[in-house]
Design a protein around this ligand. Structure first.
Ligand code: NAP
Length: 299
């Protein structure tokens, strides 16, 4: 039996592990995909206190080592269910673990465009991760879809590699930071395509082009071999919906103390209802959820 099982090894989950180990609690961290969560896709973090520049991968690696060196146990297993009780049972695809408390730091998954053949072309031109796949598109023409920080940063990253980057956004103002917009404007190989959505993908074996439909109804075909989709994320809470309240968008309802309606079940990070989803707020959630879990264990 663990004091706390943490579901998700992103910045929130791993920060919670650091705090719990420093409070001498036994901790198991379960991760389905990769340590670090979505932050590993960020090429250069510039807004985390103290570090002026650090790659998301390095940040995740350092945090993992910090938690591991403090004695947190990590396993690559996907949690699919939690059974409530005085002792909670965390069911994964491989095992069952007992815990006195659970922190859900599951983060979110990529939202898809929903355009025909999108799934079929993943790995053949369609990507959700510029830093993972950008290298395949050196000196080629690519498009990025979205208007948030992810899309802006992806476009900037790809501008260093690709011959040409089209940044396609459904409105004419960006949701992401103006500082990044200004840097994109300074690049001569970046073109903004506003008020437009991707409505069709063209491919032979691989992606060859996209149809982009403007709000005025006009359609243009753009030849690209890469399409980077960065249209936001969907919180990964559905497996645990019986224990937590979800808002209409699927985010876990919990206040700043990260407590849910189920005693001993806490949420931390991007899967929680909040106004600001940033690395620093994910880490803050991890600290708060761990501290609240320690209080719960003492009851
Ligand atoms: P986001 O901020 O939710 O932005 C998603 C973008 O995709 C929006 O511009 C949205 O358009 C557009 N969109 C949504 N559904 C669409 C659809 N079906 N078709 C076309 N466009 C669609 O998502 P994100 O950029 O992934 O960022 C998520 C969070 O992480 C944000 O809080 C962001 O600030 C944060 N983040 C921070 C950093 C950093 O601090 N360095 C880096 C990356 C991400 P509308 O604008 O019209 O709604």
């Amino acid at each position: 039996m663990f004091d706390v099982v943490i579901v998700g090894a992103g910045p929130a989950g791993m920060t919670a592990a650091v705090y719990l180990r420093r409070a001498s609690k036994s901790v198991l961290v379960l991760e389905a995909k990769a340590y670090g969560g979505q932050i590993i896709n960020t090429p250069d973090i510039e807004n985390y206190p103290v570090e002026a520049h650090i790659s998301g991968f390095d940040f995740a690696q350092k945090l993992y080592e910090q938690a591991k060196n403090l004695g947190a146990e990590f396993r690559f297993e996907k949690a699919v269910e939690i059974r409530d009780g005085d002792v909670k049972t965390v069911v994964t695809t491989k095992n069952e673990y007992e815990a006195k408390a659970v922190i859900l730091a599951t983060g979110s998954e990529n939202r898809k465009l929903g355009v025909a053949d999108e799934d079929k072309l993943v790995g053949r031109g369609v990507s959700y991760c510029a830093t993972c796949d950008g290298n395949f598109f050196r000196k080629k023409r690519v498009a990025v879809v979205g208007g948030g920080n992810t899309a802006l940063e992806d476009a900037l990253y790809l501008a260093d590699l690709a011959e040409k980057v089209y940044l396609i956004h459904r409105r004419d103002t960006f949701r992401g930071e103006d500082a990044t917009v200004q840097r994109l404007k300074a690049r001569d190989n970046v073109e903004f395509v506003f008020n437009s959505t991707v409505t069709a993908l063209h491919a032979e074996k691989k992606l060859t082009g996209i149809d982009v439909t403007n709000k005025d109804g006009s359609v243009q075909n753009i030849e690209v071999s890469g399409l980077f989709v960065a249209v936001g994320r969907i919180p990964e809470n559905k497996n645990f919906a019986s224990l937590i309240d979800l808002d209409p968008a699927g985010y876990a309802v919990a206040g700043e103390n990260c407590r849910t309606k189920t005693p001993g079940v806490f949420v931390a990070g991007d899967n929680r209802v909040k106004d600001v989803r940033q690395l620093v707020t994910a880490a803050a959630d991890g600290a708060v959820a761990a501290t609240e879990a320690v209080k719960f264990l003492a009851q």
